[in-house]
Ligand binder design. Structure first.
Ligand code: GSH
Length: 274
């Protein structure tokens, strides 16, 4: 069982992601094991992780900020335990260490690994974000972002500030779906790509930049400019993570200073509105 994405490499060198293991569902039914309640759940994220970022985007857009708290880890992987070599997500010692990253307010955990170990003594998989934590039962409800966003969309409507907003049917969700489908395709085709800020340099996918695809680039800006979205994109965390956490790819951990793309600049997507 892979304990880190760095172990998920097939014999041919391809990256093969293993499935998430905590797959419980929060329900609007008050008698269920995990009922939707304000103040009960906490989302652990890294701003550097696209899967975690989409959960944060749903949390903001749905208006669940008061009902579901969240904490972001530090962007660069560190040793998660003194006793072995595992590298992974860790919390800062204080919220002064790095803007956006905070100590674990619930369990005082030093790492995401520690949370998984509290949640299950039998767990032997990766210690991934996002992880949706249940404060009442002291466990991880789900570590699968595609399911977390569905729960946020449908199960918290009694609590959400924007209950009528159905993100599964909205142009936003359709846009996200298409964006991820498009990026997944590019990812496969160009053997793992993520935005011009990182993938072009770090993963050596420099045949073409995202911003050289006019539609894909305008689309990215359109998504970025959805209210509630921009605060989930902390490019500093994203860059520090990738350039700093894979020493086999970037031994000196140098973070390139560019290209500082302005995703808030005008886009042309309004031409498609009815
Ligand atoms: N299936 C998960 C994937 C999450 C995932 O792969 N997260 C990465 C960061 S982008 C992670 O935490 N990796 C930790 C590791 O590989 O040790 C989801 O979509 O929620």
């Amino acid at each position: 069982m892979a304990r880190s994405a760095l172990d998920e490499v097939s014999q041919s060198g391809a990256f093969v992601r293993t499935a998430s293991e905590f797959r419980n569902f929060i329900s609007r039914d008050p008698n269920s094991q995990f009922p939707a309640e304000a103040g009960r759940y906490h989302l652990y994220v890294s701003y550097a992780c696209p899967w975690a970022s989409r959960c944060l985007a749903y949390l903001n857009i749905k208006g669940l900020e008061k009902a579901i708290s969240f904490t972001s880890v530090k962007p660069i992987w560190e040793r998660t335990k003194e006793s072995d070599e595992h590298m992974g997500w860790v919390f800062p010692a204080s919220d002064k260490e790095l803007s956006g990253a905070e100590p674990d307010p619930l369990n005082g955990a030093k790492s995401i690994r520690e949370l998984y170990e509290i949640a299950s003594t039998k767990y032997s998989g990766k210690y991934t974000v996002p992880a949706l934590w249940d404060k009442k039962l002291g466990t991880i409800v789900s570590n699968e972002s595609s399911e977390i966003i569905r729960m946020f969309n449908t199960e918290f409507n009694g609590i959400a500030e924007n209950p009528a907003l159905d993100l599964s049917k909205s142009p936003y969700d359709e846009a996200v779906k298409q964006l991820y489908e498009a990026l997944d395709k590019c990812e496969e085709k160009l053997s793992k790509q993520r935005f011009d800020e990182v993938y072009v340099v770090h993963f050596k996918c420099n045949k073409k930049l995202l911003r050289e695809y006019p539609n894909l680039f305008n689309y990215t800006k359109d998504i970025f400019q959805v209210p509630g979205m921009s605060s989930t994109v902390q490019m500093d965390h994203i860059k520090r993570h990738y350039y700093g956490s894979h020493p086999s790819i970037n031994p000196f951990g140098i973070v390139p200073s560019g290209p500082n793309i302005d995703y808030s600049s005008p886009h042309d997507r309004n031409k498609f509105s009815a």
